[in-house]
Design a protein around this ligand. Sequence first.
Ligand code: NAP
Ligand code: MG
Length: 508
Amino acid sequence: MSLTAPVTDLLAPAGGADGTLRLFVAGEWREAADGAVFTSVDPATGRPWATVAEAGPQDVDLAVAAARAAVDGGPWSRVAPADRARLLWRIAELVDANREALAEIESRDNGKAIRETRAEIANVVRCYEYFSGVCQAQRGSTLPDAGPQFVYTRREPVGVVGAITPWNSPLVMLAWKLCPTLAGGNALVLKPAELTSISALAFAGLLQQTDLPAGVVSVLPGKGRRAGAAIVEHPGVNKVSFTGSTEVGQGIAATASKTLKLVTFELGGKSPNVVFADADLDQAVNRSAFGIFSAAGQSCQAASRMLVERSIKDEFVARLVAKAESIRIGNPLDPATQMGSQVSAKQRETIERYVALGREQVGEPLTGGRRPELDGEAADGFFYTPTIFEVDDSAPRVYREEIFGPVTCVIPFEDEADAIAKANDTEYGLSGAVWTGDVRRAHRVSAALRCGMVWVNTYRTWNPLVPFGGYKQSGYGRENGIEVMEHYTQTKSVWVDMQESQPDWYGD
Ligand code: NAP
Ligand code: MG
């Protein structure tokens, strides 16, 4: 597969003399300080498609210093909210103008079907547009009863944000962190996932076509344990915004506590999709299938636990299996493809380990559980079939643990109370869904689910206006919505004395 001209053009700024894609630091393209590079693999072919500079601690130092200079009285700190708004709108326009090439890069780096990455880029555009408005919508408050002083609060930037992003939706995850960063007047140092850093470099090339001052955004491809850890440890970073596994999140929380950084975490999930007997079954099956099998199951919100009322369980299962078997798996760049590959050989091995465990503990899956053939032949890429297990109780590990692949478990429930108890029986709390024709039940169950997001009669919808984030071990803090600004700004209280003279505390 060769690159289309728009992709080549988009990556031209990042490309060094030998074609290696370089780091974007302090407004410039640089090799890594120690010259390290790594290879990015196209997971649909299993073959390398790009060589990328690998950032280390020295590069992080440079990026943080440039970010600090920009926010600590530098040019960025003097850019008015109205001008930040224009800048965010300009970014939206540039992403939109290059949407096809950006979608192609995402599909190539991640293996996700282009129909999905196109939709993602459209969401990225909406995200920058929405936060353009947020730039001027933030306000402090006045506190009239504070006494003889007039007191007001200001929302101020937190400073330098370190963003560490996963590989499942690279430019979306970047937008969720960069939009509030810029809207709040902060600077960002990004460490994208090693598996999928190329779209962030293409995006940095677009930033160069804006008025963004140098150093406000740096993009440092590299490894979590090296560049990622250096960002988390760096005393010049004020906040870490992390999306990824719960395990890595726990380590980051511990390290960040040493310098008392602010942190927001968007971690794993094992989301319950609760289907009552009075639901519209066609809608429920179609959207539930999307809930688990979109992104080839590599989504923190994946509908990986299907809780179905016993009286309709067999019917639901039969239809879900048929739906799963109808999904067209293939070349992610083909618009007809409905499901691409997993992101890496390692991720597919993880899925295969879980499926083997499922076979031991639960029995043969109802469908899937294997690598697909494409055009009648074994594929080189890291493809996997949509897989459905049926379980009787909540003990099996395939039912309890996040797999991050196209694998779901169906479990029956008896009544509303049983459904709620089963849904909440998890250490995670990111999202959940309830399917029912009874509006009262829809609200009751939505209120009872212990998670940050609930869908009623749909699954996996998104809008930048709506807060996104989890309860329990799915993380803390919220992304998107005006609420995210609480995590990217801090409050300063200003006391102004209004008295002609103040009593002398030490007088008579
Ligand atoms: P991960 O290890 O948590 O990776 C997420 C990001 O954190 C990557 O950029 C990674 O860098 C970085 N990282 C890793 N170790 C770090 C450290 N010690 N300090 C700072 N940064 C560090 O996730 P993964 O290995 O890609 O995937 C493993 C599992 O995580 C998945 O199976 C899934 O369960 C979960 N996951 C969740 C989400 C989500 O949206 N919530 C997204 C992706 C994965 P590298 O480039 O070195 O990986
Ligand atoms: Mg990792």
